[in-house]
Structure formats: C-alpha cells, structure tokens
Design a protein around this ligand. Sequence first.
Ligand code: SF4
Length: 324
Amino acid sequence: MSEQRKRLLETEQLTKHFDIGRGQVVHAVDNMTLHVDEREIVGLVGESGSGKSTFGKTILGLHDKTSGQVKLRGETTPQKYSPADFQRYARSMQMIFQDPYSSLNPRMTVGEIIGEGLRLHSDLKPSDVRERTGEWLRKVGLHPDHMSRYPHEFSGGQRQRIGVARALIMEPEFVVCDEPISALDVSVQAQVVNLLYELKDSMGLTLLFIAHDLSMVRYVSDRMAVMYLGSLVEVGPANEVFFNPKHPYTEVLVGSNPEPDPKSERERASTAISGEIPSPVNVPPGCRFADRCPKVMDNCRTETPQLIELREVEKREVACHLYD
Ligand code: SF4
C-alpha cells in the first residue's frame, strides 16, 4: 500500500554563485529543482566539487541564495537570513556536519555543545535543558555522565553521535546530513548510519543525505538525486537509479563504486570514469558532462539538456539529449 506523503521541502531553480573577484564567478549550484517529502530520505550524490554541500547549506540559509527559491511546507524562506530568521528556522531545519573533529568546539563541554541550541532558541529552564541533553546522550548511545567531558575525549564515531544529538535535540522537521560518515572509520560508518535510520523512524525525520558512497546512499535513501558540476542530472527511486541508471554520468558513477569481489573490482576499475570534473569557474556550454561522456553527440556541446521526466521509466527524471 503506497503512503501518500506531503511535500516538506522544495527548491525551485535554486542557484548559488560565488563572486571571487576579477570578474570571475564560481557556479557552485545552478537551477536546482528538487523536493523532499515528509519522512523521506533523499540521497544526494556526486563527485567532490559537484556542489552538494553548497546546495545543502544554501537550503539552510548558511549561504545567501543567488536566485531561485526554497520552500518549507510551501512557505518561501528568505533570500538572505537575518539573525531572527536563523532563530526561527533553527527549530525547523538543522545540519549534521561532515567532520566530527572540527565541527565541535573543543573549549565547550559535550553538555554545552548539545544543549546550546535549546539555550539560544527555546524558553526552557537550564535544568530542563540539562535533562533533555542527558536524554539525547542516551538516545545516541552515549551516557549522560559524558556531559561534562570535552570532545577530544571521544572517538570519531562518538563525536559524530554528539553532532547528531546537537542537531536532533532541536526536534527539526528537516535535516541536511552533509557526508556524515565520510570522515569515520569504515567499522563505525554503519553504526552512525543505523543510528540515523532508527532516529528517522522514531522521530519521523525528513533527511537530505549527502554522500559520495553510492551503495551507502542506496541503502539509506528512498530516492536518489545525482549532481554533476552544480546541476542535477538524474533523480529517481534509489534502488532503481542504482541498478538501472539512465544518465551516462550516473552509469559511470555506479560503475566506479568499489566492488567487494576482486574479479568484479578489476573489471570495474577498467571502466572507471576518466578525466577531472571541470572547474565551476569555467562551466562548459551545452551539457556539462560532454568532455567526459562516452556517448557524447554533436548537439551536446551547444544545447543544455533539461531535467525531464522519462516516458519509458516511471518516476525518473534525467537531463540528457539521449532522451529528447
Ligand atoms: Fe552525454 Fe550528451 Fe547526454 Fe551529456 S547530453 S550526458 S554529453 S549524451
């Protein structure tokens, strides 16, 4: 039985450029239109430098928007956040950062770090903040006694649990997880992902899960969105995008995902993606993937493909002239 989910977050033609002087502009995010429904996990994948993190931070107002819109439950968020806007949206939208080593203030205790949001953005008494902080330490698999310790006393996986507690204690509706496991040992990555998954179920969270590990994204996400050089190239149900990719970039990205079996790994390595992602300062005309695409055609270098819903595959959007 398919559950009808309500739209929680949507971006419309969201664009973020950075002016770096001398007339040069970094096209970090261009015209991204994507939605995330209530209680849905959308995985956002792409090589490093594709603009994934900038997209997440622009949604949360950590970067001003250059153009386009972000809507939370249909209400448009400000183009540039004032301190009052941060106050207001901190209860609705939070971020779990990539690096558990640099994202926690080393001079604050764990209790101060986790409780800071509630102290700043709620009317709770200090004793209630402390109690809530203890509860959250338990929920993420730590102990309330850890409140008085400092971040350096914890392992990478434990620090990421502290980062998870800091974001989720606000009980946000929408969370951007920005590569939450990439700085961790492989042995603890699955623990942090499982923790997020459990909390998603128990709290009814809605997540944008940014990562470059496709198999992990397939595992946790309902839908997968693939980004290349600031633009979306494919969106669809996560399993189907992974096992039946339609865009040539998604095909090579899936093909470059390491295989556990040595023979398959040798075959995979021979088909791995070639070349470098172009500079976002000099975005090529036409299809941005043309210089690396094994299926490039003449019109690819002059006409920009639009993200369109495919007729032949249900719920799949692709930006590629092969499907015009
Ligand atoms: Fe390749 Fe052309 Fe499709 Fe771009 S539009 S991915 S260059 S076939």
